[in-house]
Design a protein around this ligand. Structure first.
Ligand code: ADP
Length: 401
């Protein structure tokens, strides 16, 4: 009996041992499977981490190069850029804005304006701008613009030197005002003359009025011509053809021949070497010489009753690779104090006389622009009561025609 129990127990134990062995094997396989899966998971995760690191580093790289590019741009910017905190202390300043931090004279005035505007914008969180005039060390006008930064109390301030811009705007405004004024005078005269003409039957009076009407119309048309001519030469469009200097002299002299004859002013031309040439815009060059000749004839006579003291002399020659063109008269001359300003638009030494002789006040501005367009030079020498000489200098065109 004991033997039977013993055998049963042994068999039972063996069965348990086999079952345990089978379990253990299964567990082993499951563990290996788990390990394999974990491995795959870890691989995936590490691949993800790697690609995330790659992405982050390329992003960082891009941001760093953006920052470097931004810093470079700010360093070179002509606009002053400052970042100031809530109590107007500068946190960042680019080189163009450096003078406005702890500067002296005018820069100190700009610094106060910047602090005032930044304080106001930091408080209200709304952008604001102002302009400030500085008088030392030189006269300037600055535009200061302050913008709140999002998510901080700081303010970005842009400081731009608008001196030139404002000067050009003022010149343009003056020009428009001058043109309107210049046009208004003959227009007013035209309407008065036309009214009077309508009311009179006297043939002689009508003739006189008609002549004056024509004079005013001519004056307006010269003004419009000169404005168009000035705007053309100011636009800087210049053709670049080779031109014989003597052709320029002849063409200009031809267009003032009638005026010279009417004013009884002899015109003497000393031509240049026949091959002497310039490169440039024929129309512009002829118009510059014509304007100078026209003035020389107009101002050769002291008044309408006097005779000219001498001829108007035009000469051209080559000097050290330059073409020199001289126009000299024996007329009323230009007082020294005015010589600097006669090239300005509408500047006249004697406005009444200029208008009486049909002047527009634009001739010498046209001359100056033509000279600039041709990389040349213009100079004036004058003795009041003795006469005036204008000298034009252009680069000569070398080489065979
Ligand atoms: P304008 O149409 O009045 O002649 P310009 O621009 O040609 O205008 O000349 C400007 C001013 O310069 C003239 O009003 C005149 O006072 C002076 N001027 C120019 N050329 C001469 C000259 N040859 N002799 C004397 N004054 C001159």
């Amino acid at each position: 009996m004991l033997d039977v129990v013993f055998v049963v127990a042994i068999v039972g134990l063996a069965a348990v041992a086999v079952a345990l062995w089978v379990r253990l094997r299964r567990l082993g396989a499951a563990r290996r499977d788990l390990a394999r899966r974990l491995g795959l998971l870890v691989d995936d995760a590490s691949r993800d981490v790697d690609s995330s690191i790659d992405e982050i580093s390329s992003l960082l790289l891009a941001q760093t190069s953006d920052n470097i590019a931004l810093a470079g741009a700010l360093d070179r910017s002509p606009v002053g850029v400052l970042i100031v905190d809530h109590d107007a202390t500068p946190i960042y300043t680019n080189p163009a804005a450096a003078p406005y931090v702890g500067g002296r004279h005018g820069d100190a005035v700009a610094e106060r304006k910047i602090a005032e505007l930044a304080g106001q914008v930091s408080l209200n969180r709304v952008g604001a701008e102002a302009e400030v005039d500085l008088y030392s060390p030189r006269r300037r006008r600055l535009q200061v613009e302050a913008v709140p930064m999002s998510e901080s109390e700081a303010v970005v301030v842009f400081v731009t030197d608008v001196t030139d811009q404002r000067r050009v705007e003022a010149i343009r405004r003056d020009f428009v005002a001058n043109v309107s004024h210049e046009l208004k005078t003959p227009l007013g005269a035209l309407s008065v003359l036309a009214e009077t003409l309508e009311e009179t039957d006297d043939a002689e009076v009508r003739r006189r009025l008609s002549r004056r009407l024509m004079d005013q119309a001519t004056r307006m048309s010269s003004l419009v011509d000169d404005i168009l001519s000035l705007s053309h030469v100011e636009s800087g469009t210049v053709s670049d053809e080779p031109i014989l200097v003597n052709d320029l002299l002849r063409e200009a002299a031809g267009s003032v021949a009638v005026a010279a004859a009417e004013s009884v002013v002899p015109l003497e031309i000393k031509e240049a070497d026949p091959g002497l040439r310039v490169a440039g815009d024929r129309r512009q060059l002829v118009s510059a010489i014509t304007n100078l000749l026209d003035n020389a004839i107009k101002y050769s006579r002291w008044d309408k009753d006097s005779l000219p003291e001498g001829p108007v002399l035009v000469e051209a020659f080559e000097d050290a690779g330059k073409v020199v063109i001289r126009i000299a008269d024996h007329g009323i001359g230009i007082p020294e104090a005015h010589q600097e300003r006669i090239f300005e638009r509408f500047y006249r030494v004697d406005p009444a006389r200029s208008r009486a002789t049909g002047g527009t006040g634009l001739g010498l501005s046209i001359v100056r622009h033509v000279v600039l367009n041709h990389r040349g030079d213009v100079a004036v020498e004058s003795n009041p009561g003795r006469g005036t000489t204008f000298t034009l200098v252009f680069p000569a065109l070398s080489g065979a025609p």
